[in-house]
Design a binder for this molecule. Sequence first.
Ligand SMILES: [Zn+2]
Length: 273
Amino acid sequence: MENLVKRAAKDLAESKYAIALTGAGMSTESEIPDFRGPKGIWTTNKEAEAKAYQRYELFRNDPKAYWEEILGLRGTYGTFHEKIRKAQPNPGHYALAGLEALGILKCVMTQNIDGLHKKAGSQRVLEYHGSVNAVRCISCGSRFAREEISLDELPPHCKCGAVLKDDVVHFKEPIPLDVMTESENEALQCDLMIICGTSAVVYPFANLPRMARFHSSGLVMDLDLVENKTNVRIIEVNADPTPLTHEGVSDYLIQGKTGELLPRIVEEVRKVR
Ligand SMILES: [Zn+2]
């Protein structure tokens, strides 16, 4: 284990354009419940799962009711939403912010909607599935901080006249084009990707490590790719092996908690750079 921590630190210190990909494993260490784990919200509450699948439709059909759910005026979703908004970063989040401050990490791309990377001080964060702290116009694409928007009258409206939605991307809702395009560009140009707390099975987010590995946005397989593969380092910091480990997308897995391992890796980076 210690050897792998040192290896990751060396790879990071030598990288020219390192980026991080993070998922639910980082949030659970900040006491945010996951959805599909053994004690996950949807594992234990099937009704909540069914409602989650309908939430985008609810916004389209009845935006006022949608906002009432978010604000906790009806149903139980508001309680969950509020809990996420109050969560605090853990040492894993601070470690990635530190790595960016060192000039090594260029970007964090996350599946998490909790905004904890920004709270920890990370500057360049692409929130692939949106954030509970932002509000977005699905017509013109403008984003606003939640505090900027008056919620006295529901639903709130954008300056362009369209109804505003919170920024969280729900089931059946398209990933906002700006975030998706920027994330793909990052994956294509990085020479190191550190994957933290995600098994990367939810698409299209799960395609990002593969894009980094094969330097291709498609699923092309030819001999050139073998050459490309040697240029990119992909490191996994995960509790368990994932499809990325099994398929050889990642070079190596450092198995354990991101809140413990990432600070150790960054400490080593400071020694070797
Ligand atoms: Zn708008």
